[in-house]
Write a protein that binds this ligand. Structure first.
Ligand SMILES: NC(=O)c1ccc[n+]([C@@H]2O[C@H](COP(=O)([O-])OP(=O)(O)OC[C@H]3O[C@@H](n4cnc5c(N)ncnc54)[C@H](O)[C@@H]3O)[C@@H](O)[C@H]2O)c1
Length: 247
């Protein structure tokens, strides 16, 4: 554990792979209690096992963050086992592509349901306790696409732009109570969903650093936002994109 921190309880949505798994590992390795939440119990369990599930500080829960009853149940499971949640990382997200002319109602509903409503529901589920205790951190996963959308992913981009706006409003509501709400906006990250395709090979040519981000590099920035070094950062969405986009 870092010398300047006490053990905290971290709830990570979408922790069954990719960036979420790296975030869970980042906090687990510095001694925090981590609850890994995922739609897939198998994925959550596999990552939890790799982090030493059963040692007392790693728990996994499964459910759909876009359903209020699932969020309430997962909060109860997490908090009855490991105490109040201090840090929420709203990481779960889905990113199907599609031209606007082809997007179906159900695709719209599921992308907005997970990326935006899920972020809202998880935040609402935990922020009340954080406000009561006057202590907490929430980090939302936005995306470079939420700041500079391209063609072919309009719904995803709109969901992430809304996450940025939601982060700012929530940050203003929570900061007076000592609760810090911020976001990160990754560019291209070497997660299985990205590297299984071919598009990243063209995209990487436009990244000044000349490579994809490792999931752990996103996790490091999230951990920073939850540290005392970030104690004057409120409502920010930090680009972590190798120079692909700057604002
Ligand atoms: N990978 C990238 O390049 C990249 C870039 C920018 C932003 N992001 C954002 O980072 C986040 C994580 O991306 P990733 O690439 O690691 O994703 P991923 O697909 O590898 O992992 C996402 C996890 O979320 C889980 N999940 C999906 N829907 C859920 C739901 N309704 N309830 C609970 N869990 C659910 C999935 O089972 C999966 O384990 C997403 O919000 C994504 O939009 C990713």
């Amino acid at each position: 554990m870092m010398a300047n921190e006490i053990r905290r309880h971290v709830f990570v949505t979408g922790a069954g792979g990719g960036i979420g798994a790296a975030v869970a590992a980042r906090f687990a390795h510095t001694g925090d209690s981590v609850t890994l939440c995922d739609l897939s119990p198998e994925r959550a369990l596999a990552v939890a096992k790799s982090l030493g599930d059963g040692k007392g500080n790693i728990l996994h829960v499964s459910g759909d963050i876009s359903r209020r009853e699932d969020m309430s149940r997962m909060r109860e499971e997490a908090e009855s086992a490991s105490g109040p949640v201090d840090i929420l990382v709203n990481n779960a997200g889905i990113f199907p592509d599609g031209l606007v002319v082809n997007v179906t109602d159900s695709e719209w509903d599921s992308i907005m349901g997970v990326n935006l409503k899920g972020t809202f529901l998880a935040t609402q589920t935990f922020v009340r306790g954080m406000i009561d205790r006057k202590k907490g951190w929430i980090v939302n996963l936005a995306s470079v696409d939420g700041k500079t959308p391209g063609p072919g992913n309009s719904v995803y981009s709109a969901s992430k732009a809304a996450v940025i706006s939601f982060t700012q409003s929530m940050a203003r509501e929570a900061a007076p109570y000592g609760v810090f709400v911020n976001a990160v906006a990754p560019g291209w990250v070497a997660t299985p969903n990205v590297t299984k395709g071919e598009r990243w090979k063209e995209a990487v040519k436009k990244i000044p650093l000349g490579r994809l981000a490792e999931p752990s590099e996103i996790a490091d920035v999230i951990a920073f936002l939850c540290s005392k070094e970030a104690r004057y950062i409120v409502g920010e969405t930090i680009n972590v994109n190798g120079g692909l986009f700057m604002d």
